[in-house]
Design a binder for this molecule. Sequence first.
Ligand code: GAP
Length: 463
Amino acid sequence: MPTETNEPNKLDKLITLCKQRGIIYPGSEIYGGLANSWHFGPYGAVLKNNIRQAWLKHFVFSRSDVVLLESAVIMNPKIWEASGHLQNFTDPLVDCKRCQKRFRADHLLEAKSLEPGYSREKPVDWSEIRCPECGGELTEVRQFNLMFKTHIGPVEEAGSEAYLRPEHAGGMFTDFKIIQQTLRRRLPFGIAQIGKIFRNEITPGNWIFRTREFEIMELEYFVEPDAWQPAFTMWLEAMKTWLKSLGVKESELVFHEIEDGERAHYSKRTIDIEYNYPFGQKELYGLAYRTDYDLSQHAKYSGQDLSYTDPISGQTFMPHVVEPSMGLERTMLVTLLSAYHEEAAPTAKAGETETRIVLKLPLHLAPVQVAVLPLSKNEQLSAPAQQLADSLRPQFVVEYDETQSIGRRYRRQDEIGTPFCITIDFDTLQDKAVTVRERDSMKQERIALDQVISYLSTKFKVN
Ligand code: GAP
């Protein structure tokens, strides 16, 4: 059964599953929807939160050199002037003169480069590029700023203009000095942040891959000017081990060194970690060496001294920065794609099998950790099953379900990635033991009721 590769229709299957199983819904659906906006349903919200917590553990709490920040979404607009976002945070836009559809010029060039005779290096004659929808002539390329503009206060005048943050870096750079001083930090150290950011993307799409509001998990790692290369290597390794911990196979990843002229305006070196999605090989994460560009710019525009003095050498300099940046929704997408499996599973009839869909999520990410399922809807079984579920709830995320056949309830839990199902049957009333079914192997074990908590604690490695 083809479940290992990211075949093109795997995405459609995953989208359907996520809608049916309360993981991700189309946004604003009862009003006809809002294109490219998604709501994370009850299980999706927990999965997302588990990814956040795992990221914090991996990149912040398991280290002594990174601290957390939560800066504002709307900040002084001068931040975006200083960082170059007002000027440079643009995508090239073209319109079709015939069908009026809008495209990102760089995406059209990328597509053209895939054709024989073209390469990324070879400049393309723009007059040869036509509308991919209707073949019509395209307009000249215009630069379109991706920042969402808003107004502070009741009057929409020039002086009240502000922007929703298009990345976290602005807040982390402008707070560098106060964090360094109040937390008495020495270089190297990092500031991490997770939260929503907003970009008025020209061509959002591919489900949660490219949207206009999304979360980023990123950090700015401040180092001495000549120490950026080892830091760059260290963070690349940290990103690789992180992806492995999500169940993402290294064979699905491509490490793409971004050439001169294609990097963001602030970067001197960038590696994009690309993933082999069902819709093609595209960016998953970015790792950038931002030099001292941002701190120098903010020092210049704010008039504040943002330099650092080394307490041992007494040298004063502007720190340089390495920035690993990871989209939360893209993380969720590759985690789900890696977890999605279809395989043959036995039915109640001897010798017969059916296809089961199972999300083989890493244990620490599963939205429901344990399902308690009485064998059938029967008062004699419900009471002890409810009791067991209640006793597990202080330590585990538990779901109790007594409707439908046991087989269908197992399938449902498989489809949301629940690692353990506990069944209470009539034998339980006599032997005070339950059946624990493991999601991936479907193996069943009989465990004494009073051993269930310690059994699960060992499995989840919690005490
Ligand atoms: N501070 C650097 C920065 O923001 P970026 O490559 O523009 O870098 C970081 O964005 C990450 O955010 C990307 O690697 C990707 O994972 C995610 N990302 C970027 N644009 C996105 C979008 N429109 N929708 C969802 N995720 C996005």
